[in-house]
Design a protein around this ligand. Sequence first.
Ligand SMILES: Nc1ncnc2c1ncn2[C@@H]1O[C@H](COP(=O)(O)OP(=O)(O)OP(=O)(O)O)[C@@H](O)[C@H]1O
Ligand SMILES: [Mg+2]
Length: 427
Amino acid sequence: MSDQMMDAVRSAEADETILRLEGLSKFFEVETGLIDSIRNRLSGQEAGTVRAVEDVSFEIGSGQTFGLVGESGCGKSTLARAILQLIRPTEGSVYFQGEDLCELSQREIRAKRRNMQMVFQDPQSSLNPRLKVGKIIEEPMEAHGLLDKEGREQKARELLEKVGLSQNHYNRHPHAFSGGQRQRINLARALSVEPDLVVCDEPVSALDVSVQAQVLNVMKDLQEEFDLTYLIISHDLSVIRYICDRIAVMYLGHIVELGDKEQLFEDPKHPYTKALLESIPVPDPELSEVRSVIRGEVPSPIDPPSGCRFRTRCQSIIPSDQYAFTDNEWDAVLGYIRSVKYREISPDKPEQDYEQFFDGVKLDRDVDEVLRRSVNQIESEEWDEAIDLLYDEFIEPSICAQERPKYQLEGDKESEGRYVECHLYQE
Ligand SMILES: Nc1ncnc2c1ncn2[C@@H]1O[C@H](COP(=O)(O)OP(=O)(O)OP(=O)(O)O)[C@@H](O)[C@H]1O
Ligand SMILES: [Mg+2]
C-alpha cells in the first residue's frame, strides 16, 4: 500500500464514530402520593416529571476525549448513566460501535459492558474496603470470564505499574491509599477488561488540585497506550480544557453548545458558554470566591422554560417583531424588565427610577404605555402582576421563548461541526 493510501486509511479510522446519541432523553417521575408530596414540599421538591436529559444528540469519534461540562444538576451524570444503560433512557438511541444499546436486553448489555467502562467521582466509596487492591482490579475480568487466575493476577500487577502504582500494592487494602492513588486503582480496574470507551464522571473532582493534573496525565498516557476513547464529565472547565478535544456544554438537560476545544474556548457562541468562561475562578486565594456573571437561579427541570432553556437568565434575548426596537431601546427595556424581576425598582418612587432607565431613549408610544402600566403596578406593590405584564408583552412573543433553537454551524457532519442552541445564530 502506498504511503498516501495508508494515510487515507488512518484518517478514516480516526474519523470512525464509536458512540452516537440520537434524541436521547431521560425523565424521572417524582412521586405524587400524600407522604411523598409532604416530603417533597418539605425538601422543596415539586412533584411531576423531572426532565433531567432531553433530546440530546452528538457523536464521539474513536480515540477522542470528549468533555461534558455544566453546572451541578444539569443532567451530566444522568446522561452518562443513560448512555451506559445503567438507567434505561426514556427515549432515543445510543449507538455504540454501530449497535443501538437501547434495543438490547439486560443480558446483552452486560456482555457489552466489557467494552464500555465507567469511573466514578468518589474514589473513597467506589472501592470495596474489604477487598485487597489486586482482587478489586481482577473483579471485572472475573465477571467477564477473562483469563485464568494466574493470568488475571499478572494483568493486575502490570496494570498497577501502568497507572503509576507498584506491584507491592497488590496485597494492600484500599484504606491505605490516598485519593489520587485510589483513583489510579479505579482506572486500573476499568482498564483490566480492555474497554474501548471509558466514561469518567468527575474523575478528579474529589482530589486536591495538585493531584488532579497527575491523575489526568496518567489518563492521557493510558489513552495513548490502550487506544481509549474517553467521555469525561466535569463541572470544572479547567479540567475539561486540560484533557479534552471536543466539548459539549450542558444546561438544564440540553446540550447548548458543542465544538472543538479551541473553537469553544477562543470563540464561545452561546451566551451561557460565554458566561461560564467568564466565571472561571481566578487562581488567587484572595479572590477565592467565584463571582457568577449569570444572574438568577437555574429553573426547575420539572417545568423548564419554553423555547431556549437559558432564556430566563439570558442577557441577549431577541425582541419579537411586534415592536420595532432599536438595539439601544431594547437593551433599556430588557434592563428595566430585569430590574423589576429582581425588585430593584423602588416602589416609593418607581416613576423616577423609570425615567432614569429610559433617560435619552425615545420609546414608541405603545411600548411606553405598557411600561408605565407596570410602573403603576409596582407603585401598589403588585410585583407579580407587573412581571407577568412585562413578560407577556415583551418576552413570551420572542423567538427565544417560542422555539427551541437548534443550529448546526460549519461542517455538515455532527462529528465535525459546531452546534449551538441559540437563535442569535439563525441564518
Ligand atoms: N433518580 C432520580 N429521580 C428523580 N430525579 C433525579 C434522579 N436522578 C437525578 N435526578 C434529577 O435530575 C437532574 C439532573 O441530575 P444529575 O445528577 O444528572 O446532574 P449532574 O449534572 O450530574 O449534577 P452534579 O454536577 O451535581 O453531579 C437533577 O435535577 C436531579 O435532581
Ligand atoms: Mg453528577
